[in-house]
Design a protein around this ligand. Structure first.
Ligand code: ZN
Ligand code: ZN
Length: 373
């Protein structure tokens, strides 16, 4: 029997390369040969033990692959976007399977499919529960019948397409800030608005690129890393503020001075550091909006004064992933943006170097680290 290489996270802090039997697909399934899979901040948090998951897990959810085997009835059971698809086609998939359609959230809030209680999530599901490769850090991934498949446009290089999942996060973060559709009402994102993006990691950079793509007039990026702030400028930030240079009060003043003396209309928090959420409340103007993106995992808490939320009459919007169709938006953005995304992938490593890749992720000089199994 032929075998395939996979990277199995046995428990947080421990990954082993294992040979698994090559999956036998059913008529309604698909076998994906993985070309490249990005290491996400959430993979790093998973490795650090910040996620309550049932281990072992084969991680990896930012993937590009080619269809190695397509079951005869697979396309009848999958949501195929940009298709039709055939063996040899380059595709990506949302981490989440299709919704159940029956849980409380599906019945009452179908516009928020990420809340479905019965989804199957590639890269996060226990490999005991699904004893076949269900993650992207593997030579092949076994896709179940209720999956989403997005065909990658021929003219979109894989170094861009591997950013589809983080670009889905970034495009939704920006769409969460959109105004309610009445011009000049002053609410939410619009053309003549100021936005502070806290954190210039991969998600923050893509948020900046999306804001620039839709024509936001004032984008201010904050981070600790000079090289990341420099990159933020290339992505479209008009001003950058190094949070290591000044005290929080000086920083507040500096950003206030840049934003008509009142603070930005919108703050999008992508740093994932609890203190950054507190600072987002301090930065935003009265009647403004905070979009909290960075805390997909739980690194702890922070003291806030809830009075600020009342006094400023704030809108605070959280974000749990995105609807699957956000991948279509993300692919469209990746295809049409002028941002220099060819510089985004800074490291390409083989599967055997995955722990090194997790180590490099988030370090100075790195942006997106990609595994090529
Ligand atoms: Zn991700
Ligand atoms: Zn459901």
């Amino acid at each position: 029997m032929s075998t395939i290489q996979t990277a199995v996270m046995i428990e947080p802090g421990r990954i082993e390369l294992r040979a698994l039997p090559r999956p036998q697909i059913a008529a309604d399934e698909l076998l994906l040969k993985i070309e490249s899979t990005g290491i996400c901040g959430s993979d790093k948090h998973m490795y650090a033990g910040h996620m309550a998951l049932k281990f072992p897990v084969i991680p990896g959810h930012e993937l590009v692959g080619t269809i190695a085997e397509l079951g005869a009835e697979a396309t009848d059971h999958m949501a195929v976007i940009g298709g039709p698809i055939k063996e040899g086609d380059r595709v990506t998939t949302t981490p989440s399977s299709r919704v159940c359609g029956q849980c409380c959230y599906c019945l009452h809030m179908p516009q928020r499919p990420a809340l479905c209680a019965n989804r199957f999530v590639y890269g996060f599901v226990s490999s005991d529960l699904a004893p076949t490769p269900r993650g992207g850090f593997s030579e092949y991934m076994h896709m179940a019948s209720n999956s989403w498949v997005f065909k990658i446009p021929d003219d979109l290089p894989s170094t861009y397409a591997v950013l589809t999942e983080p670009a889905a996060v970034a495009t939704r973060a920006v769409e969460r800030a959109l105004g309610p559709g009445i011009p000049h009402i002053g609410e939410g994102l619009g053309l003549d608005k100021s936005v502070v993006v806290m954190g210039a990691g991969p998600i923050g950079q893509l948020v900046i690129a999306v804001l620039a793509h839709i024509g936001t007039d004032q984008i201010i990026a904050t981070d600790l890393s000079p090289s990341r702030l420099d990159f933020a400028g290339q992505m479209g930030a008009h001003h950058t503020v190094n949070v290591g240079d000044d005290s929080a009060d000086e920083r507040l003043q500096q950003i206030c001075d840049l934003t008509e003396g009142v603070g930005p209309d919108i703050v999008i928090e992508t740093a994932g550091v609890p203190i950054a959420f507190k600072e987002s409340l301090d930065l935003v103007r009265r009647g403004g909006m905070v979009v909290e993106v960075g805390h997909f995992t739980d690194p702890g808490g922070v003291d806030i004064h809830p009075h600020v939320i009342c006094f400023k009459d704030l809108d605070i919007r959280g974000m749990w992933a995105y609807p699957a169709m956000q991948f279509k938006t993300a692919l469209s953005f990746l295809k049409n943006t002028n941002a220099p995304l060819d510089k985004f992938v800074t490291h390409k490593l083989p599967l055997s170097d995955i722990e090194q890749g997790i180590d490099i992720t988030g370090s100075e000089g790195s942006m997106k680290v990609v595994i090529e199994p």
